[in-house]
Design a protein around this ligand. Structure first.
Ligand code: ZN
Length: 489
């Protein structure tokens, strides 16, 4: 497939600012850039973009959870904002169901009739009228009961169905069986939801994703490989495994459609990082030639994880990707120094400064705010820093990360440590070149717009050299030579 794109490429000037180059006309074939030439008035009008359009590299999200993001799409959580009465509840169910692929399950969490003025469950008839085309499971906040609509009752085991309260969809005490029953029959809906995530990420300008879920096994790799093969996920997808022992099965399941990136390990406290199980898990990854990514949020865990990595045997093989610490959400200066001396990369989430800012403001003392996601200090110390959204924990929209990194302004308007802000060009680097260097891509330091490179690029609606990267909105995204429309807002 051949594609022509015209636009002014975004790049970084010597002084470090983002600048626009003169218009170029590029041609891609089979997903690679095959020709780049200066645009002139003699060039035919064809393909995507124009002489005034702004061309940027597609972004990498180096830390996300694709399957969880897809599942979250099919669930509605009422816990934070319970419906006040039955009409309000039914209206929300109807509105949410309209966003889902038809025939899929609508799972609702945190439902409690206690909050409803009527103090009763909705009837089967009321649920069927509100949600006619989806199987609905309204799970009670106590986790001991669910209320189903007719579509859902039709799809579960008949033996289970007979236990429902007569004339009603209320099913008490069968939660585990029900979960299995509704999950097994819903894999098609999950695949469709993954496709929604794939196109949403494309519409945001994201061309490469690391799925870094700590439970990833060969089955999960197979699911994501199917999604890539079918075109549901247009991105370059890299999957981190729960253990090095899953490597051979995962390679078979990947079938060349997704990359096996390394092993993801969880350390929720310092003791976790100091157990012998943790150390042998790192050793197994090293023996298998794979990098390790360790979930390390608090300072004590960061210290423990660095010790564990330093004490492990050398990695075998030729893989050059770096070991990495995920999050480093609170990282004081002495650990920044240790990280700088360690050759361990940090993959962090500046978007949390925006989305979770009000929470940090309550829970972290003001003198410590500069230690939250201290990207400027980490980079100064020579640490290779890349960023991810951690979707679905927060939105995958890269604007959150750009605003967090460049302003550190929380969603309620307070700046959390202004000495740690970085420039637009540096913020763009975190999810382009630095991400490629953390991955160990051989071409990480070459210009993004060059012959032979993957045709992964974005035509932006607004000029970030004027409005800053916080104005990042894709008009079109090209991934592997395929064109995707940008997000509506
Ligand atoms: Zn995560």
């Amino acid at each position: 497939m051949r594609l022509v794109v015209t636009g002014r490429p975004l790049s970084r000037a010597r002084g470090g600012a983002l600048v626009l180059g003169g218009p170029v006309r590029l041609e891609s074939r089979r997903g690679r850039i095959e020709r780049v030439q200066p645009w002139t008035h003699r060039c035919a009008v064809e393909g995507e973009g124009s002489a005034e359009a702004i061309l940027a590299p597609a972004l990498s999200d180096s830390h996300a959870h694709l399957v969880a993001a897809a599942s979250a799409r099919t669930a509605l959580d009422l816990a934070a904002e319970p419906a006040r009465d039955l009409p309000a509840l039914l209206a929300r169910l109807r509105a949410h169901s309209e966003r889902l692929p038809s025939g899929s399950w609508l799972r609702v969490r945190g439902y409690d009739e206690f909050h409803l003025t009527e103090r009763r469950h909705p009837t089967l008839g009321e649920l069927d009228a509100a949600v006619p085309a989806h199987a609905l499971r309204l799970r009670h906040a106590t986790l001991h009961a669910s209320v189903l609509n007719t579509r859902a009752l039709d799809r579960i085991d008949p033996a289970l169905r007979s236990m429902a309260v007569v004339g009603d969809g209320l099913l008490v005490g069968q939660e585990e069986v029900l979960s299995r029953s509704s999950a097994d029959r819903d894999s098609h809906a999950l695949v469709r939801a993954i496709a929604l995530i794939g196109s949403e990420l494309a519409s945001l300008g994201i061309g490469c994703v690391d799925d870094i879920t700590a439970s990833n096994d060969a089955g999960r790799v197979g699911l994501l490989a199917d999604a890539v093969e079918s075109g549901a996920l247009p991105q370059r997808i890299r999957v981190w495994l729960r253990d090095a022992d899953d490597l051979s099965a995962a390679r078979v399941a990947a079938r060349g459609h997704v990359e096996i990136a390394g092993v993801k390990l969880l350390a929720t406290n310092e003791e976790d990082a100091r157990t012998s199980e943790f150390r042998t898990a790192i050793s197994r990854a090293r023996d298998a030639g794979m990098p390790v990514a360790i979930h390390a949020v608090e300072p004590d865990v960061v210290g423990g994880a660095l010790d564990a990595l330093a004490g492990a045997p050398q990695r075998r093989g030729a893989v050059v990707a770096l070991d990495r610490l995920e999050h480093c959400s609170l990282c004081p200066p002495h650990l920044i120094e240790r990280l700088g001396a360690s050759r361990v990369a940090v993959v962090t989430q500046p978007g949390f400064l925006v989305a979770r800012g009000p929470k940090y403001r309550r829970e972290v003392e003001a003198p410590l705010w500069p230690w939250l996601y201290p990207i400027r200090s980490l980079r100064r110390a020579g640490v290779l820093v890349a960023t991810g959204s951690d979707a679905p924990v927060i939105s995958p929209d890269p604007r959150l990360g750009f605003v967090g990194a460049t302003t550190r302004r929380s969603s309620d308007g307070v700046v959390l440590g202004d000495g740690e802000t970085i420039s637009d060009a540096e913020a763009l680097d975190l999810c382009t070149r630095a991400a490629a260097r953390v991955r160990g891509d051989a071409d990480a330091d070459l210009p993004w717009l060059r012959l032979g490179a993957r045709a992964d690029l974005v035509l932006l609606r607004d000029d970030p050299t004027r409005g800053g990267l916080g104005s990042w909105r894709a008009a079109r995204t090209v991934i592997g030579g395929r064109v995707w429309a940008g997000a509506a807002s």
